[in-house]
Design a protein around this ligand. Structure first.
Ligand SMILES: [Zn+2]
Length: 377
C-alpha cells in the first residue's frame, strides 16, 4: 500500500508517468496500479519534477539585514529545499538550525566563514572574525545541516583585507573535508581574476551574471580568461539573482558564448521577495526561459545540478529510494515584463507557475494551487 500515488504526471521531456510514494521516499515510477491511501490523477495536465532546490537564499529570521522565513522562500512557492548562503556564521548557526527544524521546507546552510555571519555588510573586514576553530566546531555540531562554506568577496564586505579572507576560507575548506565553497563576487577589490585563480573544482561562483565592472565578461564581451580557466577546473556558476546581482545583458551574452549556469538560484529574502526584482525562484527560472534556455535546462538547474553541487545525494532526481520531494507546476502562456537589477527589461510570453510541492511525501499547495483548486492534496 503506497501513501500517495500521482497518476499521469507530465515530466519535462513530455512523457507521462505515475509516481508512488511511501514513507517519505519515492517507491515506484512508471505504470503503477496501486493501491494507495491517496491517489491524484494529474491527467497529463500538470508538470512534475524532482523538488526544486534553491541553492542561494537568506532565511535566518533573526538576521538584522537579510532575513526571511524558510517556508516563505521555500514550500509556499513550490521550492522543497533551500540552502541559506551564509546568513549565519559559527556564532548563530545553532539558533538558525533550531528554527529550521520547525519548517516544512528542507533547509541547509552554507556557513559564513566569518563567525558573525550577516549581521552587517562587512563581516570579513575584521580578520579576527575568521576563526577556523569556530568553523570546525560548528560543522562538527551540525554535520547534516552545514553543507558548505560561504565567503562574500566584495569591497564593502572585505574592507582593507583584499583577497586574504578567501585564502583563509580555502584553508578552512581544506581542513574540513573539502566542503563546497560558495564565493560571492561583486564590486572590486578584490579583482575577480584574483578570486577565480584561487578557486578549485566544486567551488561555486555566485552572482555569476552580475553587471558590475567585476563581471565574468571582459570589456570586449568575451569570457575573462581567469574565469574560463576556473570553469575548466570544475568551478561552478550559480545565478544568485538578488537585489543587485543580475544583468540580462551579461546573462544573454554569456549564454550566447555557451557559458550556462550550473544552478539557477534566487538570493531571495523578504525585501526582494515582496518588492522585487526577485519575487520567487519560479520568477527567476522564468527569466532564463525568456533568455532562451529550454524547460529541461532550467529544471535541471534547480534539481539534479543543485543536488550535485551541494552533494545532496538523496535529492534532485526522480528515482526510487530518493526523498519524495516533488514540485507540481504549469508553464503558462502569459505575457510578463521581467526586470533585472540594471533597470533593463525583458518581455516574456510564458511563466512557470508552481501549484504544489511534496516534501518527504507530504503535500503543500501553493497560494495559486489552492486558489485554483487544481487538485486536492
Ligand atoms: Zn546572498
Amino acid at each position: 500500500m503506497f501513501d500517495l500515488l500521482l497518476r499521469r504526471a507530465r515530466l519535462v521531456d513530455d512523457t507521462l508517468t505515475d509516481i508512488a510514494i511511501k514513507a517519505g521516499k519515492i517507491a515506484a515510477l512508471g505504470e503503477i496500479n496501486g493501491p494507495a491511501v491517496k491517489t491524484i490523477d494529474l491527467r497529463g495536465e500538470h508538470y512534475v519534477s524532482a523538488g526544486w532546490i534553491d541553492s542561494h537564499v537568506h532565511c535566518y529570521p533573526n538576521s538584522p539585514i537579510y532575513h526571511d522565513e524558510p517556508d516563505s522562500v521555500g514550500i509556499n512557492t513550490g521550492v522543497t529545499t533551500v540552502i541559506d548562503a551564509g546568513s549565519t556564521g559559527a556564532d548563530d548557526v545553532d539558533d538558525f538550525y533550531a528554527i529550521t527544524r520547525e519548517a516544512a521546507t528542507d533547509v541547509y546552510a552554507l556557513l559564513n566563514v566569518s563567525r558573525v555571519g550577516l549581521i552587517a555588510q562587512n563581516e570579513l573586514a575584521n580578520m579576527a572574525n575568521i576563526d577556523a576553530n569556530a568553523v570546525h566546531d560548528a560543522i562538527k555540531r551540525h554535520p547534516n545541516f552545514i553543507v558548505g562554506l560561504k565567503a562574500r568577496m566584495s569591497s564593502s564586505v572585505v574592507g582593507e583585507n583584499g583577497i586574504t579572507p578567501l585564502e583563509r576560507a580555502k584553508a578552512i575548506q581544506k581542513a574540513n573535508g573539502d566542503l563546497p565553497l560558495m564565493v560571492h563576487i561583486g564590486n572590486n577589490p578584490p579583482n575577480l581574476d584574483e578570486i577565480a585563480e584561487l578557486l578549485t573544482s566544486g567551488d561555486i561562483i555566485t552572482h555569476c551574471y552580475n553587471g558590475k565592472p567585476n563581471r565574468i565578461l571582459a570589456p570586449g564581451g568575451e569570457l575573462r580568461a581567469s574565469v574560463a580557466r576556473a570553469i575548466a577546473r570544475g568551478v561552478r556558476l550559480d545565478v544568485g539573482h538578488g537585489s543587485a546581482s543580475f544583468s540580462f545583458a551579461v546573462a544573454k551574452q554569456a549564454i550566447s558564448l555557451g557559458i550556462l549556469p550550473q544552478t539557477i538560484s534566487s538570493d531571495i529574502y523578504c525585501r526582494n521577495r515582496i518588492d522585487g526584482p526577485v519575487r520567487s525562484l519560479a520568477n527567476v527560472m522564468s527569466k532564463f526561459l525568456a533568455i532562451g534556455l529550454s524547460l529541461q535546462q532550467v529544471i535541471a538547474c534547480v534539481t539534479d545540478h543543485a543536488a550535485a553541487g551541494l552533494r545532496l545525494k538523496h535529492k534532485g532526481r526522480l528515482a526510487v529510494g530518493l526523498d519524495a520531494d516533488l514540485t507540481i507546476f504549469d508553464l503558462r502562456r502569459q505575457s510578463v515584463l521581467f526586470t533585472d537589477v540594471e533597470n533593463d527589461s525583458l518581455q516574456a510570453e510564458q511563466l512557470l507557475t508552481p501549484l504544489a510541492a511534496i516534501r518527504a511525501g507530504k503535500g503543500y499547495l501553493t497560494e495559486q494551487g489552492s486558489a485554483e483548486h487544481a487538485f486536492d492534496l
